[in-house]
Design a binder for this molecule. Structure first.
Ligand SMILES: *Cc1c(COP(=O)(O)O)cnc(C)c1O
Length: 428
């Protein structure tokens, strides 16, 4: 057996991959390296990356600036505890974040992953109300079609169907769900779209700690883009009915939708903001929950403390890379790049709209989505994509791309054409 075959055999027998069976795992491809917007397979093939490793690798892979930030920090220290200790990478990252997030968010809680930042944000909201004399405000309101992570409280606000709530019934509190916003991002806003949300927030305000949403773009819950006016409506309703607003920008943050944050489209500020994924340019796991002064002050009044503290909190390697990644983003014309990607995605994917078996095509920023009537046969279409030199990982009825911002026009064109060819071939 050659080396790759041996590794794959062990993997298949012993390693669990995301959302897979231990007994009948889907095939996996062995990646030996990656650079720019290409993945290098162990068998020598090169794939154009359409996924940015799940929203993360905005600058592409193996970036010299990020590599240097990582190795320079490793030479000083890779990790120290954050209890009773601080360090320059964490402080610099805090400064960089406060420069770019909506004004008024002033307190940064660093943690290890997106899901954990969602847990921290929810805890902040609950502690805010209990410190304010309302310990009964502990439930959450969200919309259907959302995704907020795989830990328990995060799961409780994921879409009940695609988030598989039935598997865990009774293990987490039942939250309040409003209909998914139906007004598309590019269509005129219909105020009737707000009705279900407004009914729910009014009915449940007395027991709600917060509303939690992905602004503008719902990611893993359905790749759905909705109207900024819906978000303004939510902000306004939270203020009127006395709920905090948590915006989960773990997927939308750092320019993916064409603005630096999804919230920028509606020009609103959440009370608590979650960041992750592209925070380190896809180098390592790091996330943050940021709170306004008002939230932080209320949690901390009368000697209160925020009750969370992960072991790897503020990991210096991750913070150093995150600083470098934010610096890199702001130093280049990211908005121009994302805009050019959007224009190309729109032009190239349009052809899929009229194919039988396709129900929708939508693009926003550096995200392009083809929705099909029938669920995708993932191993089959994935093999086709790999054979044609691209990396696209569909789920459900969604075949989508969100490439690194550094992808060339040529590579992006090829990515889209193979996507459309795959749809033609497997969905009629
Ligand atoms: C990926 C994601 C999460 C979870 O982040 P992890 O780092 O996987 O824990 C939460 N919310 C949104 C919107 C995400 O896209």
């Amino acid at each position: 057996m050659n080396r790759t075959a041996e590794l794959l055999a062990f993997d298949q027998r012993h390693l669990w991959h995301p959302y897979t069976s231990a007994l009948h795992p889907l095939p996996v491809y062995m990646v030996a390296g990656a650079a720019g917007s290409r993945l290098h397979l162990a068998d020598g093939r090169e794939l154009i990356d359409g996924m940015s490793s799940w929203w993360c690798a905005i600058h592409g892979y193996n970036h010299p600036v990020l590599n240097a930030a990582l190795t320079e920090q490793a030479a000083r220290m890779s990790h120290v505890m954050f209890g009773g200790i601080t360090h320059e990478p964490a402080v610099r990252l805090g400064q960089a974040l406060l420069q770019i997030v909506p004004a008024g968010l002033e307190h940064v809680f660093l943690c290890d992953s997106g899901s954990v930042s969602v847990e921290a944000a929810i805890k902040m909201a609950m502690q805010y109300w209990s410190a304010g004399g309302h310990p009964e405000k502990k439930r959450l309101l969200t919309v259907r079609g959302g995704y907020h992570g795989d830990t328990f409280m995060a799961m409780s606000v994921c879409d009940p169907v695609t988030g598989m709530h039935h598997l865990f019934r009774g293990a987490f509190p039942e939250q309040v769900f409003a209909e998914r916003p139906s007004c598309r991002f590019h269509a005129p806003y219909n105020p009737a779209d707000a009705a279900d949300f407004l009914t729910k927030i009014e009915r449940h305000a007395h027991e709600l700690a917060a509303v939690i949403l992905e602004p503008i773009c719902q990611g893993a819950g359905g790749m759905w883009f909705y109207h900024p006016d819906y978000l303004r409506m939510v902000r306004d309703a939270c203020d009127r009915f006395g709920c905090l607003l948590i915006l989960d920008e773990i997927a939308t943050g750092f320019g993916r939708t064409g603005r630096l944050f999804g919230a920028s489209w509606a020009d609103i500020r959440p009370d608590i903001l979650c960041l992750g994924k592209a925070l380190t340019g896809g180098y390592m796991t790091l996330a943050a929950a940021l709170a306004t002064r008002a939230v932080a002050e209320q949690i901390s009044r009368d000697g209160g403390v925020f009750m969370h503290g992960p072991t790897f909190m503020g990991n210096p390697l991750a913070c150093a890379v995150a600083c470098a990644s934010i610096g890199l983003l702001l130093a280049e014309d990211w908005q121009g790049r994302v805009h050019r990607i959007e224009e190309l995605l729109k032009a190239e994917l349009e052809e899929a709209r009229n194919l039988s078996g396709v129900t929708d095509v939508r693009c926003l920023g550096a995200i392009g989505v083809v929705e099909t009537a029938a669920p995708v046969n993932v191993p089959q279409i994935q093999a086709f994509f790999v054979d044609n030199g691209v990396w696209i990982r569909p789920f459900g009825r969604l075949i989508y791309v969100m490439p690194p911002y550094v992808i060339s026009e040529e590579d992006l064109t090829r990515l889209c054409r193979v996507l459309v060819a795959g749809v033609k071939r497997f969905h009629r």
